[in-house]
Design a protein around this ligand. Structure first.
Ligand code: GLY
Ligand code: MN
Ligand code: MN
Length: 437
C-alpha cells in the first residue's frame, strides 16, 4: 500500500477548495547540518510531503485558485548530472511535471520572479511564516516585486494567513489509506517492542534494547524511529524524556520503552513497561495494574463527540482512586482531582493527535473548549505514574515508573485500538519477557 500521484492531487484539490480565492505556498524542509559537512538524514516537511509526495530539499509548492490554467506549481532543483553523480537523481523541472502532477515547474532559483507573477491581484496568501531561515526572505522578496508594479493597476497580497485552519484540519482526519499506513507503522513498532521484551534481561544495557528496536524498524521498511526512543530502566523510567539509554539493567528493574517508528511518513507511538527479570514485584504490579486500569477507562471514552478532556478525566479518576487506595496520596478522590495533587505522580496529559507527526497537527480547542473528536482522528492514550527515587513515600514505591501507551483510531461507532495486539495485561507481559528462557 502506498499513496499514489492521484492521492496527492486529491489532497491539493481539497485544500484549494477549502481556501477559496488565493494562493498557498509551502516550503520544503531545509537541509540540517549535523556537524561540519555532515548533514542529518533528510526528511521532507510533513505539509509539503502531504501535498506532493516530493522528497527533495530546496523546493517550493505554490497552489493557486487564481491562475487561468495552473493550480499546482512546483519550484525544484534543476537536473545537474555532476551533482547527481554524488547525491543521486533529482526529479528536475521536467520530473516535477511528469511525476508530481505540477501544471508548471521552475528552478527554485526563479521563485521570486515567477511567484510574483502568481501573486498579482491575489489578496490572500496561505503560508507558514518562518518555515525555515530563508523562506520569509524569498516570500517577501516575491511580494515586494509585485509591489513595484502597483502603478500598472495591480494589487498586491494584503493578507497572510497560516494554513493551520485549512491544511491541518485535513491532516487531522485520516483517510482509509492513511490509516492503513499507520496500521503498518504500529505493526512494525509492536514487533520491535516484542523483540525488546524478549531481549531484555539483567546485564543487558538500555542501548542494546534500543538497537533491537531500531533494527526491527529499519529491517521492516520503516524510515526509522518516529522520535528518539526512550529505554528507561529502574528509576530512569520516572524521567519522562529520558534519552541517555546507557544504563545496565538490573534484577528487579522495570523497563519503560516508549518507541514508535515512521513508516511512509506516518508515525506510531507506543509505550510498554515490564519487569526485566520476568516477574513484577508486588509493589510494581499494583502500580502497573493501576496505570493499566486507568488506560482502559480512558480508552473507553474514545468515540465521536467525546473530547481529549473526557479521555484524560477518565484516566485521572482511576489514578486518583488508586493512589488513595495505595496510600500514595491523602484526602478524597474529589480533592485529589480538584487540587490536582495527582500531578505529583502523573504530570502529563493523557493524549495527543498522532499522524505524520508524532504530535500531529490540528487544533485541540474550538472556541475555547476541547474539540469533539471525529471518525478518522487518531490519538494516543498514555497515562503513567512516576515515583522518583527521592520521593517522600514508602520506600517500596520509590523509583517505580510506568506508562502504557496505545494508538487509537476514532471510528463511527467508537474506537479501534490499533496497537491492541501488543500485550499489556500484567500476566501476558510477564509471559512475553519470560518467553526467551
Ligand atoms: N513519545 C512521545 C509521546 O509519547 O508523546
Ligand atoms: Mn510515546
Ligand atoms: Mn505519545
Amino acid at each position: 500500500m502506498s499513496l499514489t500521484r492521484e492521492d496527492f492531487a486529491a489532497r491539493r484539490k481539497q485544500l484549494l477548495e477549502r481556501i477559496g480565492p488565493g494562493v498557498a505556498v509551502f516550503f520544503s524542509a531545509p537541509v540540517s547540518v549535523r556537524n561540519r559537512d555532515v548533514e542529518h538524514p533528510y526528511r521532507q516537511d510533513s505539509d509539503f510531503y502531504y501535498l506532493t509526495g516530493f522528497e527533495e530539499p530546496d523546493a517550493v509548492l505554490l497552489l493557486t485558485n487564481q491562475h487561468p490554467d495552473h493550480r499546482t506549481v512546483l519550484f525544484v532543483r534543476p537536473r545537474d548530472p555532476k551533482r547527481e553523480l554524488w547525491d543521486g537523481p533529482r526529479a528536475g523541472v521536467e520530473g516535477a511535471i511528469e511525476h508530481y502532477g505540477a501544471d508548471a515547474a521552475f528552478p527554485t532559483s526563479e521563485f521570486v520572479e515567477k511567484a510574483s507573477e502568481y501573486f498579482v491581484n491575489v489578496r490572500r496568501l496561505h503560508v507558514h511564516l518562518r518555515a525555515h531561515p530563508e523562506s520569509d526572505e524569498l516570500l517577501f522578496a516575491a511580494i515586494d516585486r509585485v509591489r513595484t508594479r502597483i502603478r500598472e493597476g495591480i494589487r498586491t497580497p494584503s493578507e497572510i494567513v497560516t494554513p493551520d485552519e485549512s491544511l491541518h484540519e485535513l491532516r487531522l482526519r485520516k483517510s482509509p489509506k492513511e490509516v492503513a499506513l499507520m496500521r503498518r507503522a504500529v505493526e512494525i513498532a509492536s514487533e520491535g517492542h516484542r523483540r525488546a521484551m524478549r531481549l531484555a534481561a539483567p546485564g543487558r544495557y538500555e542501548y542494546e534494547i534500543e538497537a533491537e528496536l531500531l533494527r526491527t524498524f529499519h529491517a521492516s521498511g520503516a524510515n526509522g524511529p518516529a522520535y528518539g526512543s526512550i529505554v528507561g530502566s529502574g528509576a530512569n523510567a520516572t524521567v519522562l524524556h529520558y534519552r541517555a539509554n546507557n544504563r545496565c539493567l538490573e534484577e528487579g528493574d522495570l523497563l519503560l520503552i516508549d518507541a514508535g517508528c515512521e513508516y511512509a511518513y506516518y508515525a506510531s507511538d507506543i509505550t510498554r513497561t515490564f519487569p526485566v527479570s520476568g516477574t513484577f514485584s508486588a509493589a510494581q504490579r499494583s502500580i502497573y495494574q493501576l496505570v493499566l486500569d486507568a488506560q482502559k477507562a480512558a480508552i473507553e471514552q474514545v468515540r465521536p463527540d467525546s473530547t481529549l478532556d473526557d479521555v484524560h478525566a477518565a484516566a485521572v479518576e482511576v489514578l486518583a482512586q488508586g493512589l488513595l487506595r495505595l496510600g500514595l496520596l491523602t484526602g478524597s478522590v474529589d480533592e485529589i482531582v480538584e487540587t490536582k495533587s495527582y500531578r505529583t505522580f502523573y504530570m502529563h496529559r493523557t493524549s495527543h493527535w498522532i499522524g505524520m507527526d508524532v504530535h500531529d497537527v490540528g487544533w485541540y480547542f474550538e472556541s475555547g473548549a476541547p474539540r469533539p473528536m471525529q471518525p478518522g482522528f487518531v490519538i494516543t492514550v498514555e497515562p503513567g505514574l512516576y515515583i522518583p527515587g527521592d520521593a517522600d513515600v514508602d520506600p517500596k514505591w520509590k523509583g517505580i515508573g510506568v506508562r502504557i501507551e496505545d494508538d487509537i483510531l476514532v471510528t463511527e461507532r467508537g474506537y479501534e485500538n490499533l496497537s491492541r495486539d501488543l500485550p499489556k495485561e500484567a500476566d501476558e507481559v510477564e509471559a512475553l519477557v519470560q518467553s526467551k528462557h
